[in-house]
Ligand binder design. Structure first.
Ligand code: GLN
Length: 310
């Protein structure tokens, strides 16, 4: 028998399939040549049911959707005090790649913008970790969450590395203030490798469901993320995950979320579901335009707003 949620996802997919608004990201060469019409939608419950429609198995680079998981790994590896000392907890209200740090502490505003994610990357594993160990740490956490082995897409990695001036500026700026200690080139390269991991909409839904389940994997019941860490990550996602659109998103959609410039959107509603969407054309904030629409519609149709009383 077909499940009603499966039918719902299919009709949602069909109703948005022909919309072609938005623009592909241009600043990373491999993203500018992506197939713009792809649309994949997936939903996973905290109890391990996974539903999906459209291009749900198409791989794309995770990009900024890796940031909540880099943050989770750093919090587990180094503890909250060490992480908070280098990355603040406030919405920046600015674009994801803005060249700015907090006034007095010189910390990035939060772990969801590029500056914060670069600082977080350097914290992975431990103070003396080699660059490759940090990348491996992230790839293995993401693989555990997806329930399958994931890998870095070498072509995307090299393309982004060759055009990384802005992220390198952030790296150098933070090193000059002692927020990072390693060579800026190494930390930024590691962060870009983290962004180049290939995932599908189904992977994102499972990753979201694990955060929503307080860090327990929805399929295996295994603890992948510490409960306190999942809580902190979801909190920062809800205030900052959608960058300068975060306030509007919280009012209209009300689901802690994170977007990436390859067109991925991950949502995680505590105690309930994870959502994964893939559609490459972006809105003015650098988030997937149809991805945002899908989440808006799901929130409305399935009553998923976090501030709703029932
Ligand atoms: N790798 C991209 C960057 O650093 C990620 C940005 C994003 O997905 N918003 O610019």
């Amino acid at each position: 028998m077909r499940h009603p949620i499966q039918d719902y996802l299919r009709s949602l997919h069909d109703s948005l399939r022909d919309s072609n608004e938005g623009e592909l990201a241009q600043y990373i060469p491999t993203l500018a040549t992506a197939d713009p019409d792809r649309l994949g939608i997936a939903l996973a419950t905290v109890t391990g049911h996974l539903y999906s429609a459209g291009d749900d198995e198409t791989e794309f680079t995770i990009q900024s959707v890796s940031k909540p998981f880099g943050y989770a790994a750093a919090l587990m590896d180094r503890g909250r005090a060490e992480v908070d000392a280098r990355v603040a907890l406030n919405p920046s209200g600015e674009a994801f790649n803005e060249l700015s740090l907090e006034a007095e502490s010189h910390r990035p505003d939060n772990a969801m913008i590029n500056a914060g994610a670069i600082a977080v990357h350097q914290l992975l594993v431990g103070p003396d970790a080699r660059p490759q160990e940090r990348i491996d740490r992230l790839v293995s956490l993401l693989s555990a969450l997806a329930g399958r082995p994931l890998r870095v897409d070498q072509e995307s990695y090299e393309a982004e590395l060759a055009t990384a001036d802005r992220n390198l500026s952030l790296g150098h700026m933070m090193r000059s203030h002692g927020i990072i200690q390693d060579r800026a080139e190494d930390v930024v390269a590691g962060y870009i490798a983290q962004c180049s991991v290939l995932v599908t909409a189904r992977d994102l839904a499972l990753m979201g469901a694990c955060l929503a389940a307080g860090g327990l994997h929805p399929l295996t019941g295994e603890r992948v993320i510490a409960a306190r860490v999942a809580r902190q990550v979801l909190s920062v996602m809800s205030s900052s995950g959608m960058y300068d659109d975060a306030g509007q998103w919280l009012v209209d959609v009300g689901i802690p979320a994170k977007s990436g410039v390859a067109g991925g959107v991950l949502g995680a509603l505590p105690g309930q579901v994870g959502i994964g969407v893939f559609s490459p054309r972006l809105d003015a904030h650098g988030s997937s335009l149809r991805g945002v629409r899908v989440c808006r519609r799901m929130s409305e149709d399935l009553n998923l707003h976090i501030m709703e009383a029932d």
